[in-house]
Write a protein that binds this ligand. Sequence first.
Ligand code: C5P
Length: 220
Amino acid sequence: FQPKLLAGRRVLLTAGPTFEPIDPVRGITNLSSGKMGYAIARAAREAGAEVTLVSGPTALETPYGVRRVDVQTAQQMHDAVMGNVTGQDLFVAVAAVADWRVANASTQKLKKQNEQDTPELQFVQNPDILATVAALPQRPYCVGFAAESENLEQYGTAKRIRKNIPLLVGNIGHQTFGRDDNSLMLFDDQGHSALPRADKQTLARQLIREIARRMAQSPD
Ligand code: C5P
């Protein structure tokens, strides 16, 4: 028997990659599959929460009972999150959001003019969705993710403080994208602890338990 740890709670998540257009048929994306975020959305719903999942482009099925909002770009993901954040108890930012978008994206397909021709792309920073939600005066309990390839302990602690969030979850190792298993390191104001390697759905359920316990103790 799984107790309904998040009964009556409202949970908002981001998951998957973003897609930043270069022109109408090309763009910049990343290798995020969305599997971890979708697994957490499913686990939150199983725990009794009302779940909204803001998702970049993925090949995954919507978890049962989850409300899904599809977006492509980081800016669209930001706008969908801000449009849904009021009244949420928990925000889990799992998406691999592009740090930059193409400033001079073309409305027409770029054409190769000659053998030497290469396009000049300029970039502009995207908004930090997690930092924006964490700065809200009436904020939900905020959980961030980090995919550091080295020095996870040091960077994880620093990132949690910089992002001003009560819990940061680090992917241990950098081979997580697309895989069905993962291992996680949890950083909070008490220090850090590991969730050993398991399939992402098992880890998601463990993570929801860890989050629910902290929310029950948190003034946030
Ligand atoms: O700073 P970094 O990109 O490593 O932070 C990762 C965390 O911040 C993840 O939780 C990610 O979903 C979130 N993030 C965000 N908006 C961005 C960049 C990252 O919500 N533009």
